[in-house]
Design a binder for this molecule. Structure first.
Ligand code: F6P
Length: 366
């Protein structure tokens, strides 16, 4: 029987569903019957803290083991119901132009004897995976991001759980908003993608939803609010994505510092809007930033299941198949997943789907 050593890591912002994917990669790799079918026995090594772990785990140094976590069915048994990532994560970019550590990563992959890497991440983590793939590393990519903005995918782990958080929090806000006849502006994450605000706002029945893909008019919002009040509304919930912009204005940036992928931290649009609305309408207005609550907590049923499907290697015949397809498409910057390859092959011709939400800025009064 052949032997194969696989490294698995999670990179970028954590979210719900990561541990489920890890569990199912481990379970379906180490399943006795499947190993016999594939004529390959697998060893799965968890890499701690994303790409940072692969930069640091130099086998010629004594502390390499600190960055590695051998995984088997017993270790991962309960992981599918746990939030965050049991492997840890970081926003480390080994290809950062300011500090290129990609040679270290390539050397460590070879030194550790890893035949393939399973990378669970969003555009940053999988961008690194794509570059490694171009350098000859076999990579399997599993998409995760609450922003749901990963090119070539239509679902990424963590999104549905984040929607549930938004919905639940807005349900809570309604009772206090209604009691006080207040307007609440709820700021969601999502960077420059509006999916989280749009679908979170839709699920929660928000009065107005503002997304980065369409600049908004403050005047129009004030008009809609006042019109709603004339028709008897007691309160309003307005959902705004952190990357949304007023017409003629720019993004609101909370922290000018950049991470190693060049991202600034967005934030502040909710406060701005609340101040503008209360100033113009004279109605009591409060803002709330949902922030990292959207990434925290146990995964919802859908993310547990999607982690299972993304992580399950049952439906594909062998690792080399994935690696070959990944390599073939990596140059186009695609993020692949076992699910897509095995179940959605026929959809390739229609990809990429439009990444711009088509819905709108105003819904019915709450
Ligand atoms: O990409 C996921 C995300 O949660 C974005 O929606 C948000 O802008 C960013 O990460 C926040 O990053 P950090 O966890 O570094 O504050």
């Amino acid at each position: 029987m052949r032997k194969s050593r696989i490294g698995i890591l999670t990179g970028g912002g954590d979210c719900a569903g990561l541990n489920s994917a890890i569990k199912w990669v481990v379970k379906t790799s180490l399943d006795d019957r499947l190993q016999r079918e594939r004529d390959t026995s697998y060893e799965i090594i968890g890499i701690r803290d994303g790409w940072k772990g692969l930069v640091a785990a130099d086998p010629s140094r004594g502390d390499a083991q600190e960055w590695l976590m051998p995984l088997d069915q017993n270790v991962v048994r309960t992981w599918d119901r746990l939030g965050g990532t049991m492997l840890g994560t970081s926003r480390t970019n080994p290809y950062s132009p300011k500090n290129d550590q990609s040679r270290k990563v390539l050397g460590n992959i070879q030194g550790l004897g890893l035949d393939a890497i399973v990378a669970i991440g969003g555009e940053d983590t999988l961008g690194v995976a794509s570059k490694l793939s171009q350098e000859g590393v076999s990579v399997v990519a599993i998409p995760k991001t609450i922003d749901k903005d990963l090119w070539g995918t239509d679902y990424a782990l963590g999104f549905e759980t984040a929607l549930n958080v938004i919905t639940e929090e807005i349900d809570r806000l309604r009772t206090t908003a209604g009691s006080h006849k207040r307007i609440f502006v709820v700021e969601t994450m999502g960077r420059t993608a509006g999916w989280l605000a749009l679908e979170g706002g839709e699920s929660a029945g928000a009065f107005i939803i503002l997304i980065p893909e369409y600049d908004f008019s403050v005047q129009k919002i004030n008009d809609l609010v006042l019109e709603g009040r004339r028709q008897g509304a007691r309160y309003e919930i307005i959902v705004v994505a952190e990357g949304a912009k007023p017409s003629g204005g720019g993004e609101f940036i909370r922290d000018q510092g950049e991470d190693s992928f060049g991202h600034k931290i967005l934030g502040g649009i909710g406060d701005y809007l609340a101040t503008e609305i209360s100033g113009a309408t004279k109605l009591e207005t409060r803002s709330l930033v949902l922030s990292h609550l959207q990434r925290g907590g146990a995964p919802c049923a859908y993310d547990r299941r999607m982690g299972r499907y993304f992580g399950s290697l049952r439906s594909i015949s062998s690792w080399p198949v994935i690696s070959a397809r990944w390599s073939a498409t990596a140059t186009a910057g695609l993020a692949l997943s076992p699910l897509r390859i095995s179940w959605a092959g026929s959809a390739w011709s229609t990809w990429p789907p439009s990444m711009i939400p088509s819905a709108t800025t105003a819904a019915a009064p709450s």
